[in-house]
Design a protein around this ligand. Structure first.
Ligand code: B12
Ligand code: SF4
Length: 478
């Protein structure tokens, strides 16, 4: 059987990095990890190929080769997924669909023979068994959450690695918190489920053997959901693994309580983590309490951020405007907060209510839903009627975004960040054993080889040099 895995194209969004990718000479940001994982669960005897439409077009000859197309997508790829399905239908190739888009709204799609919803580790085996018997059903779903021991190492061999800016590895699924706007818990549960250390190291080994040298994103909903295991097993193992492997750096998503745990921060940095994405959401406790983000309440998040930055972790932040408790001053407060924090990569969105969340249920009851979400949470749109009024939110949001991403606003954050992290110290924190032997201290803080400048030359660097360095640092893939 010939299985063609197809990943639809991302539209031009903040997260597609379409304009930034050319700076690093890559075609797309991250690999379609769901499809690579599912491909590894298929019978070994079947032939498998991948077409990632973010890398190249889906050609007729691909479809002539394929017996079945396996498609995966998130909501933001909705329209692109429809186009792929039509193309397959026209070519007469059967389509099997899975992933978050279809899990949440499969009823909206025609032209798909089989929907394998939720987590493939549970829903794919019964489909394969029924297929072998010649009686596959239309929909497979599960309300259970599988043990991560069932998740095989992704089939890296399907990728042309050089097209990607970063690779992805997943350690855990689920998040112990329960923010009302977030559908992670609805999709993946509140109990973090983890892979064992041996599984994670095997995936990293697989990447290393496939020739990857570069950034790896741990695509967990909250990497520190099980701190004990991280401290006792996984991070020490990654520290040991990295000893003789140059060129790897890691980033991930964590909750803000990481800032209170110096032992964990130290292990993360020693394991090669240099960036963490944190859902900070809003500067005021009212908004945080409203959305159930108790873990952020009563904290000095700016101090937390600076502590992480000085310790060697650049902080990327998620922010939201449009909570019921937000007054008209929220736009200025968010601006001041983000600028002071030195969070260069600030994802700011309007509050949206994805189906399946507590927020969706509440606003539906209150008659304040405007329809489906687009899947792009920073396109200046929303599916809710905010208390402050839609016009006020839209106008305030657009002005805030423009200010944050104006050259002045952006560079001011870069400077704040640089002054916090004390460039030399940061570079040393992230030096791999191998690079320590070769690098003199330099301002190149992105895990690449040092600049070779003497301390005097460094001191004489021009403002432009520094900006160039910081832009390289702030390429999200370095
Ligand atoms: C990494 C990641 C990203 C990466 C991109 C990854 C990529 N492929 O290019 C980045 C950071 C760019 C990103 C961006 C965004 N993301 Co995102 N992202 C994730 C994250 C954390 C991990 C995805 C992953 O690799 N998972 C690991 C694999 C193994 O899991 P999986 O893909 O779900 O696959 C499993 C099943 O779904 C199923 N399956 C999947 N595909 C298929 C196909 C077939 C045929 C079958 C049988 C089964 C199957 O089997 C797999 C094994 O169980 C998820 C959360 C999560 N834990 O999954 C959110 C998630 C996918 N993102 C989400 C969202 C909303 C976004 C953004 C809008 C921003 C935001 N608010 O987070 C943007 C939109 C993207 C854009 N370009 O505009 C939502 C999607 C919800 C939805 N309904 O689509 C998720 C689920 C998080 C959430 N909040 O709930 N994201
Ligand atoms: S901490 Fe993050 S992943 Fe967890 S529920 Fe809140 S927003 Fe979702």
């Amino acid at each position: 059987m010939n299985i063609l895995c197809v990943y639809p194209e991302f539209p031009d969004t903040f997260w597609s990095f379409k304009h930034a990718l050319k700076f690093v000479n890559k075609k797309t940001a991250y690999p379609p990890l769901g499809l690579l994982t599912v491909a590894a669960m298929l019978p070994e005897a079947w032939d498998k190929r991948l077409v990632d439409l973010n890398v190249r077009a889906l050609l007729n000859e691909d479809l002539v080769w394929a017996d079945v197309v396996f498609i995966s997508a998130m909501t933001v790829q909705r329209e692109a997924a429809r186009r792929v399905i039509i193309q397959c239908n026209t070519a007469g190739v059967a389509v099997v669909a899975g992933g978050p888009l279809f899990t949440m709204e499969f009823e909206e799609f025609s032209g798909v023979e089989h929907f394998i919803l939720n987590e493939g580790e549970l829903t794919l085996p019964p489909f394969l068994a029924d297929l072998a018997k010649g009686e596959p059903h239309h929909v497979y779903r599960s309300s259970e959450f599988p043990d991560m021991a069932l998740s095989p190492p992704p089939l890296w061999s399907l990728l042309h690695l050089a097209d990607y800016a970063s690779m992805s590895v997943q350690f855990s699924r689920g998040c112990p918190f329960n923010c009302d706007f977030c559908n992670v818990t609805a999709l993946l549960g509140r109990k973090p489920r983890i892979k064992c250390t041996e599984q994670v190291i095997a995936e990293l080994d697989g990447l290393y053997q496939a020739g990857w040298r570069g950034p790896v994103f741990f695509v967990d909903d909250n990497f520190i959901g099980n701190k004990r295991y991280l401290k006792q097993a996984l991070l020490p193992a990654i520290i040991a693994w990295r000893q003789d492997k140059a060129g790897f750096s890691f980033s991930t998503e964590v909750s803000i309580n990481v800032a209170s745990d110096d032992e964990l921060i130290d292990l993360l940095v020693r394991a090669g983590f240099n960036k963490v994405f944190i859902g900070i959401e809003t500067p005021g406790d009212e908004g945080l309490s409203e959305c159930g983000k108790g873990q952020n309440v009563n904290r000095d998040v700016i101090a937390d951020t600076k502590h992480l930055q000085r310790s060697g972790l650049a902080v990327h932040g998620g922010f939201i405007v449009g909570f019921d408790s937000d007054g008209a001053d929220i736009f200025q407060r968010q601006f001041d907060f983000i600028q002071q924090s030195g969070i260069v990569f600030a994802m700011i969105g309007m509050l949206q209510a994805p189906p399946g969340t507590e927020l969706y249920a509440r606003l539906e009851k209150e008659g304040r839903l405007l329809g489906a979400i687009s899947g792009d949470n920073i396109n200046g749109g929303t599916n809710i009627l905010p208390r402050m009024g839609l016009d006020v939110l839209e106008e305030g949001y657009t002005a805030l975004f423009d200010r944050l991403y104006s050259p002045q606003g952006y560079c001011a954050r870069v400077k704040t960040f640089l002054s916090e992290c004390q460039a030399h110290a940061w570079k040393q924190l992230h030096a791999t054993p191998e690079s320590k032997a070769h690098d003199e201290p330099s301002l190149s803080m992105n895990g690449q080889a040092g600049s070779g400048r003497s301390p005097n030359e460094v001191a004489m660097m021009t403002h432009t040099d520094r900006l160039e360095q910081s832009t390289r640092l702030y390429c999200p893939f370095k």
